[in-house]
Structures are given as C-alpha cells and as structure tokens.
Design a protein around this ligand. Structure first.
Ligand SMILES: [Ca+2]
Ligand SMILES: [Ca+2]
Length: 99
C-alpha cells in the first residue's frame, strides 16, 4: 500500500479512535474533538487548546449544526490544515530554506 493510502487509513483510524469514546460512536463530541486536537495536533496548531478555542473550531466545522463533528466535517479541517502546511512549505522553499 502506498504512502498516500496509508495516510488515508491513518486519518480514518485516528478519527474513530476519538469518536468512539462517548455518545455517538461515529461523530466527535466537543470533549472528543478537544482530546483529538490536543493529542494529535497540539504541536502543529501550537495554540492553547482551551474551551474557547475548541468552541471556535467546533462552530467552524459543524456544518450541519448538530453539535457533533462527523467524518466529513473532520476531513474539511484536515484539508484546510494540510493546505496551510503546504503554504508554509512553499514559503520556506522560496526562501531557499531546507525543510
Ligand atoms: Ca463520539
Ligand atoms: Ca455536525
């Protein structure tokens, strides 16, 4: 299996690792989302993961307003973060820095 395929599997596995903890097994509650952000994206986001920050991410992601983040909504966050990451990579490359 290719790197890209294993990256897709990791996204799915990671989502379900947290979504299965409480309530609906297939969606992330606020608590589950907070745990995922802290444990999986803490170093990348580099932000204080306080309740206010989680609330903001939750409101941005929860497209259908059911108070939970489903996989489709989660993948939008990962897409946006990956784009931001790529921009950062391009900036560094343009300045001739090693990444
Ligand atoms: Ca859940
Ligand atoms: Ca939702």
């Amino acid at each position: 299996i290719s790197n890209l395929e294993s990256a897709m599997q990791m996204l799915i596995k990671t989502f379900h690792k947290y979504s299965g903890k409480e309530g609906d097994k297939y969606t992330l509650s606020r608590g589950e989302l907070k745990e995922l952000l802290l444990e999986e994206l803490g170093s990348y986001l580099g932000v204080r993961c306080d309740n206010e920050a989680v609330e903001k991410v939750m409101n941005d992601l929860d497209a259908n307003n059911d108070g939970e983040v489903d996989f489709t909504e989660f993948i939008i966050l990962m897409g946006a973060l990956t784009v931001a990451c790529n921009d950062f990579f391009l900036e560094k490359t343009k300045r001739g820095e090693r990444v």
